[in-house]
Design a protein around this ligand. Structure first.
Ligand code: HEC
Length: 110
């Protein structure tokens, strides 16, 4: 037999659980803005291995980001899903972080 408070507890924990699933990985910001310093930090950790600190390294046959003319939307999609040897960041970085990193790489353009 299920009493009312047990049912309420179940519903509440289910709601909390589904909220939790939306939360950012690694306690990152969810919808909050990502600062430029944070974006730079993410880039250094996740991207500079192949693209270099200035976007020009070209390791793993990666293109020079300083001469890339890909649009912001295209970059967001590419960073989210990856392509070829470039790993996608879906489930690793949250949307706000992916957007911030996509904006950050534009700073390499001359
Ligand atoms: C393992 C190496 C590797 C890592 C790490 C990596 N990339 Fe890439 N990146 C590549 C390769 C290879 C391509 C070319 C993909 C293709 O077109 O086949 C590429 C393409 C790109 C492009 C498109 C440039 C153009 O004009 O074609 C952008 C922008 C980019 N990467 C940004 C990033 C960002 C931001 C990160 C970090 C979140 C990142 N990359 C991490 C290897 C890497």
């Amino acid at each position: 037999m299920v009493n009312k408070s047990a049912l309420l507890l179940f519903v509440t924990s289910f709601l909390l659980w589904s909220c939790g699933n939306d939360a950012a990985p690694e306690n990152g910001p969810s919808v909050a803005e990502v600062s430029e310093a944070q974006a730079r930090n993410l880039y250094i950790r996740k991207c500079s291995l192949c693209h270099g600190d200035d976007g020009k390294l070209g390791a793993s046959k990666s293109p020079d980001l300083s001469i890339s003319n890909m649009s912001l939307e295209e970059r967001i999609a590419l960073i989210t899903y990856g392509k070829g040897t470039m790993p996608g960041q879906k489930g690793i970085l949250n949307k706000a972080e992916i957007q911030a990193v996509a904006r950050y790489v534009e700073s390499f353009r001359n």
